[in-house]
Design a protein around this ligand. Structure first.
Ligand code: ASP
Length: 314
């Protein structure tokens, strides 16, 4: 039995060193060593790569490693990785994580060689959150800049600042004097089954003067369209969606707010797209919708039901 927090690293800026431009070199042991980070148990370096090169296969291996740690008694798990894809991987873990123990993802915006490097503070906060009893039952959360964000809401909204992550309804809580304080009680949805594979699912953004003909070229098992406003595309793209032989999920490209269902009636509007068989992503942003569609297809789950269960608020 090990009631301490397990820590795995996958790479990212927090692990990057170099005499000029930096790349991932440090492992989990290097990051934890010498740091005041509370009770750390098992430590593993599962990858040493930038966030942009992470794959679903690596994430599933990480998920299995993290599950094993909590089955063996860890009070929580911290996964360290690049911030570039953290909003997607946090949601990946959140959809699959079946445990009461928290899974916390973190990283850094400034590499270890920069003044004010934020990796140590973020890691210390992440370990504190992962080990705290009031973090239980919250699934996967993202901790950066002393803020605790829900995986389904958090987005990287700035390319370089240390406070690069925001959630549209605000963070779930803050780390204060070394411990998390939450604004809402714990709430989560049942975990999805582990996927058997991870089918390729492109994310296509609908833009002005866009007839959607790109969709005709795709030979895939599903597509997410980042549509404008409450879920609108051009009349041409609506026709292309009708021709598609794969499920199409429509999310809003705006960065906040939900897709609608029945307000607008023109060709390419949300009600028209629903009539053409599209699945609306609701409050999920296009990137999270893509993660969810891949997981649903990979686990042979009905796409419409999965989005109906996870795209809404309560
Ligand atoms: N800028 C990124 C980071 O903050 C690089 C990466 O995602 O690996 O970690």
């Amino acid at each position: 039995m090990d009631s301490r927090v397990a820590v795995a690293s996958l790479g990212g800026t927090i692990t990057m060193t170099g005499s000029g431009a930096v790349s991932p070199t440090l492992g989990a042991g290097d990051l934890v060593r010498g740091l005041e980070v509370g009770e750390v148990g098992e430590i593993a370096t599962l990858a040493t790569i930038p966030g942009a090169s992470l794959t679903f296969a690596t994430l599933l291996e990480t998920f299995d490693w993290a599950s094993k740690q909590v089955r063996e008694g860890a009070s929580g798990v911290v996964v360290i990785q690049g911030t570039d894809t953290l909003e997607e991987t946090a949601y990946f873990f959140d959809c699959l994580w079946p445990h009461e123990e928290p899974l916390v993802v973190t990283g850094a915006m400034r590499h270890p060689g920069l003044p004010g490097a934020d990796g140590p503070a973020n890691l210390a906060a992440a370990v504190a959150v992962a080990g705290a009893p009031n973090s239980r039952g919250r699934g996967a959360v993202l901790v950066l800049n002393d803020s605790v964000h829900a995986a389904r809401w958090v987005r990287k909204t700035h390319s370089s600042l240390p406070n690069a992550f925001e959630s549209f309804p605000g963070p779930l809580g803050l780390v204060v004097e070394g411990a998390p304080q939450y604004f809402h009680p714990a709430h989560r949805l049942p975990a999805l089954p582990r996927p058997l594979d991870a089918p390729a699912v492109p994310l296509v953004e609908a833009t002005v003067d866009d007839d959607g003909s790109l969709l005709d070229w795709l030979n895939v098992r599903g597509v997410v369209v980042a549509a404008s406003g409450v879920g609108h595309v051009s009349a041409g793209m609506a026709e292309a969606i009708s021709r598609a032989a794969f499920p199409v999920v429509v999310a809003s490209r705006t960065g906040a707010g939900t897709t609608f269902r029945s307000t607008y009636g023109f060709a390419g509007s949300e009600s028209d797209l629903i009539a053409r068989g599209v699945v609306m992503a609701g409050w999920l942003c296009p990137r999270k919708a893509r993660v969810l569609l891949r997981l649903a297809l990979g686990a042979m789950q009905p796409v419409e039901d999965v989005f109906a269960a996870r795209g809404g608020v309560f």
